[in-house]
Structures are given as C-alpha cells and as structure tokens.
Design a protein around this ligand. Structure first.
Ligand SMILES: [Zn+2]
Length: 234
C-alpha cells in the first residue's frame, strides 16, 4: 500500500494540533499567573512529601536508639542503688554518667527530627489548601477561556479523530518511526526531494538512492532519516 498520502496528511494534522495547542495554552495574564503558581505548588508538594518521608524514617530509627539508651540508663541507675562498696559505687556512677550522655546524644537529634516533621506536616496541609484554591480559580477562568476558544477546541477534536483514523492505516513500526521523526525533526518527518537533494537536511542523494526512490515512492534519507518522496511532476 502507498502510505505517502496518509503520512503527508498526518504530518499536516500534527502541525494543526501544534498551532491549536499553542493557542489553547496562550493564557491571559491572570490565568498565566495562576498556572505558574499552581506548577510551583505542585513542585513544592512533591519535594515536601519526600522530605517528610525521609524525616519520619530518621525519627523512627532515632526513637529506637533512644529506647535502647533509656534501658541502659535504667540498668546503670539500678547498679548505683545496689552498689555497697565505695569502689563499686564510683564505677557505677561513672557508668551512669556515660549512659546519660549517650541518651542525650540521641534525644537531641530526635527532638530536631520531630520539630522538622511537625513543620513539614503544617506546610503540606497549607500547600494543599492553597493548591485547591488556586486550582478552582484557574478552572473557573479556564471554562470561560475554552468557551472563548470554542473553534480551536472543536478543531482539536476533529484533528484528533482524523489522526486516529490515519494512524490505523499505518503499520505499527512505520507509525512509531514517523512519530519519532515528528518529535526529533520539529514536525518535518516527510520531505520532498528537489534537484536530487533532501528537503530536510539538504544532502545530495546518491544516484542509486534516486533510482530506488523512483521505484519505491518513499525511502529514508541516509543522513537525517526523514521520509523522502518525489513531488509529482507538473
Ligand atoms: Zn535528509
């Protein structure tokens, strides 16, 4: 099957959709401001959630360390109470001092981690409230904006439906190749050959390739991989 007409139409549809998308995201200043704020909030929410999970993991591990330190301190206290000789007592007191220092060394970072968790929880709650506010303001304006651009919205629907129809006509591998070229070559996947030159990268075609092109109708450019075709003779 000659896929050239479908490929050319598909390329035109990609261009239409690109222009429509540009129009439908060219927001007026008030919407643009809300859109920027919304993106900023979402980004901060994402990192705050990650920071919160990290702080919780850290606090959990520190609280385990603290429990152990408390148990050791209790043992040391008991040893002090039970010591009967002076030498034994001095050693027990020294041991208790060490245990108390160890406990303090864990308690301080744990307190810090807990403070951090509380601050992050407060921040994420506030962010979510603000996000909902901004989102609803944006949605309200977006409804009006889309109503004002109803032609573009309708055209987008028509173009997308036609794109789906055309894509069904192509082999999956050929479609994947075409879509990749559309992305990598700024929307110009299929180009004509004029004066034996690729219309995309301006490379001169070798003679055997020209013959192959005449025979097959389309071939990929050796240099830029764009799909080449010969324009119909006038
Ligand atoms: Zn080329």
């Amino acid at each position: 099957m000659d896929t050239l007409p479908a490929l050319l139409e598909l390329q035109g549809i990609h261009e239409n959709l690109r222009i429509i998308q540009r129009d439908l995201t060219a927001f007026p200043p008030d919407m643009s401001k809300l859109d920027t704020e919304l993106k900023g909030i979402l980004k901060r929410q994402e990192s705050a959630t990650k920071e919160l999970a990290e702080a919780r993991t850290k606090a959990e591990s520190l609280s385990g360390d603290l429990k152990l330190a408390q148990r050791l301190e209790e043992h040391a206290k008991t040893a002090v109470k039970q010591s009967t000789h002076k030498v034994q007592y001095t050693a027990a007191i020294r041991e208790l001092d060490d245990r108390e220092r160890q406990k303090a060394a864990v308690a301080k970072p744990l307190k810090e981690a807990e403070t951090r968790i509380a601050a992050l929880e407060k921040e994420t709650t506030e962010l979510e409230i603000r996000r909902a506010e901004v989102q609803s303001q944006f949605d309200e304006l977006h409804q009006i904006f889309l109503a004002e651009h109803e032609n573009q919205v309708a055209a987008r629907g028509v173009n997308m439906a036609r794109r789906a129809e055309l894509e069904k006509l192509l082999e999956p591998a050929a479609l994947a190749r075409f879509n990749k070229l559309i992305q990598q070559r700024q929307g110009r996947a299929v180009v004509s050959v004029e004066n034996a030159t690729c219309g995309g990268c301006r490379t001169k075609l070798r003679i055997p390739l020209l013959a192959e092109l005449r025979e097959k109708g389309t071939i990929p450019c050796e240099f830029c991989q764009r799909i080449l075709f010969l324009p119909p003779k006038p």
